[in-house]
Every structure is written in C-alpha cells, then in structure tokens.
Write a protein that binds this ligand. Structure first.
Ligand SMILES: Cc1ncc(COP(=O)(O)O)c(C=O)c1O
Length: 383
C-alpha cells in the first residue's frame, strides 16, 4: 500500500515529510497481531522512526520503545510513557545513570562493561533488568555497513568472550543481526544461537531478538515468525522481545520536494529543494534508489533527468529518472517510503533547511503540519 495515495502534493509546503497515519496504523495492527499470537512484546526502535507526534497511535498497539542511549530512552519515557529498553555499544557512568533513570531494561555490549558497572547494576536490581548483547557470528546481511556480525565487529559478545565472563546480575540476552530480512533469516540465526549459547539461554529470563525483521513488507512469513517465537519461548522459558524500527514506518510516509531549477550538462539535471545527503542519507549510504511517484527508470518515459540535491556536495545526487511530461520549475515530486531512517538521520549540512513534518490521514483527508524548521534549528546545533 502506498502512503498518501490521494494527497494533493500542491497542498504541501515543500519540502516536507508527510506521514500517512492509516498506513502507520496498519503496520502497527500487524505487529499487534504478532504480539498476540506469539506472546512476544514488540518495541519501536526509535533509531529508525521517532516521529513522536504519532506516538498516540503507536501506543495503542505497542508496549514500548527500544532506545540506543539516554536521549532516546528519555524520549520514549516522556512521549510514549511505556516500557523503555536501551542498548548502547558503550556507556560511561553518567550516560549509564541517565539511561537507567528512563529505562526498564538496560543492555550492555560487553562483559567488561558489566564488570566496570557491577556496583551500579547491584544498586538498581531488581527494579531494573540488565542484559548483555551477544554476537552469534552468523551473517545474514549482505551490506557490510549494516552487518553487525561482519568479521571484526564491535557489536555484541562472541561465544569465546562469553565463556570468560562473570554475568552475575544479568537477566537477559540481546542479539541484533538482521536488516530488512525475512523470518527464514531469523530461523537460521536462532538455530546458531541455540547451538552456541545454550548454557546462557538456560539462565536467561528474557531474550531480545533485536530489529531487522521486515514484518510489514509484503510477502513476509508472519506465520513462521509467530511459530519461531512461540517455540523459542516454550523451549527456553523466556520472555521474548522484538525491536523493529523499519517495519513500523515501512511505506508510511513520503518526502514531498520541488524542482527549483533545471540545468544542462550532458543531459538535463533538475535541482530540488531537498538533498540526498541531508534528508535521505541512506540513498548514499546504503546506497539505494528511492522510488518517485509516477516516475520510471531512465529512458522508459519520454523525459529523463538526473535529480540533484540542494547542497554543494558534488555527489548529492538522487539518481536518474524519467517522467511522462517535461519537468518544470515548481513541480512537486513525491519520494516514496521516506518515513523511516530519514527524519531521524537528517542534518542541516550546508545550511540546507530541514523538511517540515506533517501528518496526513487519508481516512478523513486531514492534513496537519506538525513542525516547521527555521534558522534557529540550524543555529542551535552549533555554537
Ligand atoms: C540494536 C538494534 N535494534 C533494533 C534496530 C532496528 O532495526 P530495523 O529498523 O532494521 O528493524 C537496530 C537497527 O540498526 C539496532 O541496531
């Protein structure tokens, strides 16, 4: 399902991320079904989607958030007000204390962090529950940038490191090894974990399966996920948590941008009021080619353009697209699937202004701009 199918882009003050509340709610309803049928708890990973004006909808279906540090933990506690589970690759004492203040579960990355902060763990047990991230050294992700199990990874404790560890005070295990993957990848991962980490599973009260589960993508095997979770819970007597980010925001928003100019250099180049590097960084990092509504591969439709961003970075290029009609200054373009890993990653690099954030509900055609950014947002990031 496309976000904002009926939205008249002319209504939107460009550039803007527009979140479709109906799609968001459908995603959440599917996740609620998984929770109910499998008995797991699903947390929203704020690193992927943190548009807190939508939290009243999120809170209807999910029991909390997964945070990556004290600021995300605080946002979850204050804006959603449900469970907060925080994992961070490394804490110092003050960030740990701040994190604990806002979190129910705190997950360490290494036994050395557990040793270093044992007194703080003891001080807060049993009011808070502590866990350790493991690294099963089983890769399912092809892109090294997103593979926590790549050789030499700093993320999680390997089986070898775990055998030396003193895990007094640690209730749970956490792993995060997937990215945009199906339940089959989880099935293979669980088999490796059960094989390599059995003694620690026996002692665990809970296991967090991390994120990367593409549950709301068409074709995801929801039945298999439910069976895997149920089975795992039963065999090990543990509570199971999942913390997807992308699955919550998948296809739930668009980025509306406008054509500012068209220049000629070995073909026409349209300069937009958005930026790959500042507003959709995964286009360059992953890299991937975003879909644009009513546009096609270069050469497929009559008029082909290279689309470029507003920053001065030479590589701030979004890609080559064709359109049925020639582009004109002022035309609006709708970039699909721009709700997750966009708003959370934007920067004001080059002084490019941040896109507004708007909510649209196709069920009653209501459109509301939640936030407009201005000079103060640029200035306040610096000093
Ligand atoms: C520890 C952890 N949990 C959850 C997630 C969310 O993953 P996704 O948005 O792919 O579901 C990530 C993403 O990097 C992560 O690092």
């Amino acid at each position: 399902m496309l976000a904002c199918p009926e939205l008249d882009a002319g209504r939107v003050a460009s550039p803007a991320y527009v979140i479709d509340l109906e799609v968001l709610e459908r995603n959440l309803q599917l996740l609620a079904h998984v929770q109910e049928a499998s008995g797991c708890t699903i947390l929203l990973a704020l690193k992927g989607f943190a548009a807190w004006s939508t939290f009243p909808v999120v809170g209807k279906y999910l029991d909390g958030v997964a945070a990556s540090g004290s600021d995300e933990a605080r946002l979850g506690a204050e804006e959603l007000g449900k469970q907060v589970h925080t994992y961070c690759p490394a804490f110092d004492e003050s960030s740990l204390r701040e994190t604990i203040r806002y979190s129910d579960h705190v997950v360490f990355n290494s036994p050395s962090q557990v040793d270093r902060f044992r007194a703080i763990i003891d001080e807060h047990t049993p009011a808070k529950s502590f866990g350790l991230r493991i690294n099963p050294q089983h890769s399912e992700v092809d892109v090294a940038l997103y593979d926590p199990c790549a050789p030499g990874s700093r993320l999680g404790t390997t089986r070898a490191a775990l055998s030396q560890a003193d895990l007094r005070g640690i209730d749970g295990l956490h792993f995060h090894t997937l990215c945009e993957l199906g339940a089959d990848a989880l099935q293979r991962t669980l088999a490796v974990i059960e094989d390599r980490f059995e003694p620690w599973l026996t002692r665990a009260k809970w296991v967090n399966f991390g994120g990367g589960h593409h549950i709301t993508k068409a074709g995801y095997d929801v039945r298999l996920l439910i069976d895997l979770v149920r089975d795992f819970k039963q065999r090990h007597g543990v509570d199971v948590f999942l913390e997807p980010g992308e699955a919550i925001g998948l296809n739930a928003g668009v980025l509306v941008a406008s054509v500012l100019d068209i220049v000629e250099n070995d073909g026409p180049v349209a300069i937009l009021d958005t930026s790959a590097t500042a507003h959709m960084p995964d286009v360059l990092e992953m890299p991937y080619r975003p879909q644009i509504r009513d546009a096609a591969e270069p050469g497929k439709l009559a008029h082909t353009y290279r689309l470029g961003g507003l920053s001065c970075l030479a590589g701030d290029m979004i890609g080559e697209y064709s359109f049925a009609e020639p582009l004109e200054v002022g035309d609006r373009l709708l970039f699909e699937d721009m709700a997750h890993y966009t708003m959370v990653k934007t920067s004001t690099f080059n002084g490019v202004r941040l896109p507004s954030i708007a909510l649209y509900d196709p069920r009653d055609d209501s459109y509301r701009v939640q936030r407009r950014f201005d000079y103060a947002d640029y200035r306040n990031r610096l000093s």
